[in-house]
Design a protein around this ligand. Structure first.
Ligand SMILES: Cc1cc2nc3c(=O)[nH]c(=O)nc-3n(C[C@H](O)[C@H](O)[C@H](O)COP(=O)(O)OP(=O)(O)OC[C@H]3O[C@@H](n4cnc5c(N)ncnc54)[C@H](O)[C@@H]3O)c2cc1C
Length: 322
């Protein structure tokens, strides 16, 4: 909890070793940073404190059925209601909402102005009356959710930032999300599982691992992990030391997710048919990693959106998104 971002990054290898997911930690710490920056004293007392005590987790309610990449097109309504607000709408892909206590929400508070202008952010307790969480099962075996908000009441003190100032608040949230991080740990774990299979599979009368071609494919994947690690560290360092590297996070995320997927496909092929059998252990792990890798190129901003960000921030090309 009091660990520096560097220490937190370093400990990720231990999490990988134990097979723990870092998802809840990542989303919760993003919400914590947002409350710290924009939250009222009440919100800090009631939500930030338990987060920092490690007692609660949070999820992200940005995407909707009609808006994902174009997050500022959110339609979930927040209307003034007494001393607070009433929330109505639907959020898509609210991952972890079935386990979390709170969700950070991007809502429309003014439908009569340009889409970027009438947005406001809130924190909602997921146990509040009027919230329904329904599972959405993905082909990567990751459960996410669709969440419905039907007349949910929230006090004004649970607002983050200014009314209709959601662009500023959300931009800060996206900045945190686009800091990189990457998927090198999951990628590395997949290679280790593929290596186990390559020792078991026989190819031309000897273990596949002894084949030069197989060695090359495993080594290439391992080299990608090393580059992902370096890009992730560079993004972390750039953000922590305020080095003005605005494309470093997107570069880390783009490279890491795309290479995870590319190597996932290659190692699934290398270790087939075992990798297709879904046999418990290494075979299932390679198979599951390949499916997991697809999601990494979509959530926290798709690869296309990240390419756009790199083009704008590092190459100075004109903005292509609305
Ligand atoms: C497993 C999973 C978990 C997720 N978890 C969460 C979560 O916890 N909270 C949350 O809020 N969201 C979450 N998401 C949503 C995720 O952030 C969105 O799926 C993502 O932003 C893409 O939005 P979309 O699905 O609406 O696709 P769209 O935005 O409709 O994109 C469709 C296609 O068009 C491309 N495209 C869109 N705009 C542009 C552009 N300007 N330039 C070039 N290409 C473009 C995209 O790259 C994509 O290929 C999750 C998604 C998945 C798959």
């Amino acid at each position: 909890r009091a660990a520096s971002p560097y220490a937190s990054h370093a400990v990720a290898s231990v999490w990988e070793e134990h097979g723990w997911t870092g998802h809840a930690k990542g989303t919760t710490m993003m919400v914590a940073a947002m409350i710290d920056k924009f939250g009222s004293p009440e919100l800090k007392e009631q939500v930030l404190k338990p987060i920092l005590a490690g007692e609660t987790v949070c999820s992200l309610g940005y995407s909707e059925p009609g808006s994902g990449s174009d997050v500022f097109a959110a339609q979930t309504k927040a209307t003034p209601d007494g001393n607070g607000w009433r929330i109505d709408g639907t959020k898509m892909f609210t991952s972890g909402a079935n386990l979390a206590d709170y969700v950070i929400m991007l809502c429309r508070t003014n439908p009569d102005v340009a889409k970027h202008k009438g947005l406001t952010m809130f924190i909602l307790p997921l146990k509040a009356e009027g919230i329904t969480v329904q599972p959405v099962h993905t082909f990567q075996d990751e459960r996410t959710n669709i969440t419905f908000y039907d007349g949910v009441k929230v006090p004004d003190t649970w607002r983050l930032g200014e009314v209709d100032g959601g662009v500023k608040t959300m931009s800060a949230a996206l900045e945190l999300e686009h800091r990189g991080g990457g998927f090198s740990k999951a990628h590395h774990a997949m290679i280790k599982a593929a290596e186990v299979l390559a020792r078991e599979i026989q190819f031309e009368g000897r273990p596949l691992i002894e084949d030069r071609g197989a060695q090359g494919r495993l080594a290439r994947a391992r080299a990608h992990v090393a580059i992902s690690e370096m890009l992730g560290l560079r993004a972390l360092w750039g953000a922590e030391e305020q080095q003005n590297l605005p494309a470093a996070g997107p570069m880390a995320k783009l490279f890491s997710s795309e290479k995870f997927l590319e190597d996932g496909s290659d190692l699934l092929d290398l270790t087939a048919p075992l990798s297709l059998s879904k046999r418990e252990g290494a075979a299932l792990f390679v198979n599951q990693s390949y499916r997991h890798a697809h999601g990494t190129t979509i959530y926290a901003g798709t690869s296309e959106v990240h390419r756009s960000m790199i083009a704008e921030r590092a190459l100075g090309l004109p903005r292509s998104r609305g």
